[in-house]
Write a protein that binds this ligand. Sequence first.
Ligand code: AMP
Ligand code: ZN
Length: 479
Amino acid sequence: MIKLFNTLSRKKEVFKPLKGKKVGLYTCGLTVYNYAHIGNLRTYLFEDILRKTLEYFGYKVKQVMNITDVGHLTSDADSGEDKMQKAIIREGLDMSKESLLILADKYTKTFKENLNDLNILEPQVWCKATEHIDDMITFIKLIISHGFAYETEDAVYFDTIKYADYPKLARLDICGMEPGKRVELGTKKNPTDFALWLKAVGKNKNHIMLWDSPWGMGFPGWHIECSTLSTKYLGKQFDIHCGGIDHIPVHHTNERAQSYGAFSVEPVKYWLHGAFLVIDKSKMAKSQGNFITLRNVKEKGYSPLDLRYLYLTAHYRKTLNFSWPSLAFAQESYTKLKEFILRLLDYKEIKGNENVVKMTEELKLKFDKAISDDLNIPKALSYIFDFIKEINGLMDKKEGLPTEEIGDTIFAFDKVLGLKLDQVKEGEVPDEIQHLITEREEARLAGDFKKSDQIRDKLKSEGVELKDTENGTKVKIKK
Ligand code: AMP
Ligand code: ZN
């Protein structure tokens, strides 16, 4: 029995998919106007853990992720410029559709590389906003035909007052939002109304990406893409919708309203939201300029899987404060885990030991219980480390151990953890260490001996010894 915290009810609920063991999962994708920062990546990692946990328990997950390449304005509501157009100016490109496509391709490609580096599974369906404009227009027409939207001179707006349940997901205080002096209504009827389609007039006159529609030339609002794409690929009702907590009050609230407006059903059974990655107490955000990318992490000598490990140590609903020392600490613990696997695989005393067989079975029960309890990975990891401590002690005493059972159990856990533990074989060099060795080799060939020595010292401190021979660099990993 898996329990998940549903934002809609603010409770942990027993997870029961709509159709047997099949799960439809929609995860809001990236707005591809810049590199993903490691805050964004924390959310994608939480979603990956969710998917892997469901698969571990035998569910068949169909995951859909959009790529936002139009319509996301600098405020999550309807004001400001299109983020993609702002990026064109930032990168000194000419204002054209071609530039937008180049930008979107560049950042989508890097985003997918980031996911791969972090061992995050790609969704089965990727869908780009700009390739689904006709679907969005059809969707908006449906909403209008059900009386949930109205057209003004500058846009088609969703009429939030018509949907009595609108405040539920975010627990919004609508009364407290009555139009006051500081709320710019423009042509909207109510402060919470939001654009489904923005016309190419007024401040949006010079928008680059424009399409013809029943309401004239224009472009879709940001939220309509997720309603259209999720229901197109997963059906009018589907199981789980995820994103970061910043999406609760505007993006997901509006998405839920639109899908209801189109199909008159509650679109999503479980809404799951990941907490922020913060840095010095502020949310990591591109607009704040305080962001770190995966590339920065690698440049500092950490592997993406060190970062993955760090994220596993915090529950997805708890804010995580990023710092370099915390990443260093995560790297150390992760190395200990890998060293344990190496030691275990090399251990020779493999006579049975009934007690340890029992301990291993108990570990599995505890692991399964922890991850079923709203994905409590930190607890699951702490059980693994308690176990490792005991087994290391037994190995010190040269006791017989069921090494195969232990190895199989931990490799099975790794289907959820995604730390590539089954690739830490004896004699094999882990990815992140290989990455440092290559970097050192390049520095050495370029004559940068200061850098190459620094990398050698760093590796040494992690128990990796390098010996330069005529046949290349030999590597020895201390167990
Ligand atoms: P965006 O490209 O802005 O739509 O963001 C992509 C995903 O990253 C969304 O699910 C956001 O909720 C999430 N996100 C943005 N900033 C952070 C952060 N600092 N920590 C965790 N998730 C974030
Ligand atoms: Zn979305």
